[in-house]
Design a protein around this ligand. Structure first.
Ligand SMILES: Nc1ncnc2c1ncn2[C@@H]1O[C@H](COP(=O)(O)OP(=O)(O)O)[C@@H](O)[C@H]1O
Ligand SMILES: [Mg+2]
Length: 368
């Protein structure tokens, strides 16, 4: 089939799916929910939370493209992973933000809408007064508080701006951890986190996953066999990233007229599953090891696992989100040892010293 020899693997995306790609599926409900929160005169701040490679950036970017051309809206998308180490002052941050706004407005390089917090505040106030909404998407949000400029004042100021409805300003943060769980004190103490409405991104719906799997094969003139589809279900469940990897792998074999060597796929997938496992808290790991005997307290942990797409429920039983993940948990992954808090370490040392001292006294006593 010479025509097929020239096509490239459709399952090639590994990071944010480009807006023009036709390989983005599902997420309609989440997209609608976020868009609704941002619509209306007074937009609501939204925090998109989900595991690594569950599709947060791809989704956020699509919402961004949807709303950026709406009337009376200025929207920008910044990725905090890309903020330079030399961005050390608040002024520098606002200048970078200014550049993003100028790019979005296609103003010429070096355009100046604002260059520090107070001119940003004036800018937002003026825009809001003119009925214009300002929406700032902040991807990889957890990297923002790592910068020294992002202190309590920085977040308190942003919070105050977004809290004033007349400004019509909203942030859309994208992160792996819920904002209030970010360990950086500035996010907590400023109360910045509590102006957000959370949207948790979990596994994809069944129909969207089926489309993802079949469409790439069909559009390139290949058929996905039932047997391969079952294997992909085993290796990937409804986790979009694992599906893209597994489908891409099966597609390559199909193009080369070879049988799929699933054991080789395992080698590719295992480190990613390991990463998911290592990122779990001890309690979550313990629960994933035994999803059958759940007590009342553990129901809350289980609920988190279900919402985040790490576990699934089929009728009355719970299991890890894919057969392969279940097998790794059962045979390979171990529950990590709980880290001792500083307080506990000091207590242990004290207890040890106590025992030693008492021992010495006894020995002394014996001698005399
Ligand atoms: N809705 C989707 N449809 C198809 N593939 C997806 C979807 N969401 C995520 N993926 C797959 O997962 C990869 C990572 O997505 P990304 O949006 O970068 O995740 P995150 O930002 O959560 O780390 C994408 O490159 C793609 O392979
Ligand atoms: Mg991302």
């Amino acid at each position: 089939m010479p025509q097929q020899m020239t096509v490239t693997n459709p399952f090639k995306e590994r990071a944010m799916i480009p807006i023009e790609s036709d390989m983005f599926f599902g997420r309609e409900k989440e997209m609608q929910r976020i868009a609704e929160m941002l619509s209306g005169d007074r937009p609501q701040c939204v925090s998109i939370v989900g595991e690594r490679r569950i599709g947060k950036s791809s989704l956020a970017n699509r919402v961004f493209h949807k709303i950026k051309n709406e009337g009376n809206t200025r929207a920008v998308y910044i990725d905090c992973d890309g903020i330079d180490g030399d961005c050390q002052t608040k002024e520098r941050f606002f200048q970078l933000l200014n550049q993003a706004f100028c790019d979005a407005a296609k103003e010429k390089q070096g355009g100046n809408l604002f260059d520090n917090y107070s001119s940003f505040k004036a800018f937002v106030k003026k825009e809001g007064g003119n009925g214009v909404k300002t929406i700032i998407f902040i991807d990889e949000f957890e990297h923002l508080p790592e910068h020294s400029f992002a202190d309590d004042t920085f977040f308190s100021n942003l919070r105050a701006l977004a809290n004033n409805p007349d400004n019509r300003l909203a942030f859309v943060s994208v992160s792996k951890t819920a904002l209030k769980e970010l360990t950086h004190q500035a996010v907590k103490s400023s109360g910045f986190w509590n102006i957000f409405e959370h949207v948790y991104l979990g596994l994809m719906e069944h129909e969207s996953i089926v489309k993802l799997r079949r469409y790439g094969f069909e559009k390139t003139g290949f058929a996905l066999t039932k047997e391969a589809e079952e294997k992909i279900q085993y290796y990937a469940g409804a986790y979009p990233y694992f599906n893209q990897v597994a489908c891409g792998f099966a597609w390559d074999a199909g193009r080369n007229n070879a049988t799929v060597d699933w054991k080789r796929l395992e080698v590719q997938l295992r480190p990613h599953y390991k990463e998911i496992w290592d990122n779990r808290k001890v309690e979550e790991q313990k629960l994933l090891k035994d999803l059958k005997g759940i007590n009342a307290k553990e129901e809350f942990i289980l609920n988190d696992l279900l919402v985040r797409g790490l576990a699934i429920q089929v009728e009355k039983t719970y299991s890890p989100f894919s057969g392969y993940f279940a097998e790794l948990i059962d045979k390979l992954f171990e529950v990590k040892k709980k880290k001792l808090s500083e307080k506990k370490i000091i207590q242990h040392i004290k207890d040890g010293l106590d025992i030693l001292l008492k021992g010495k006294e006894v020995v002394k006593g014996d001698k005399s």
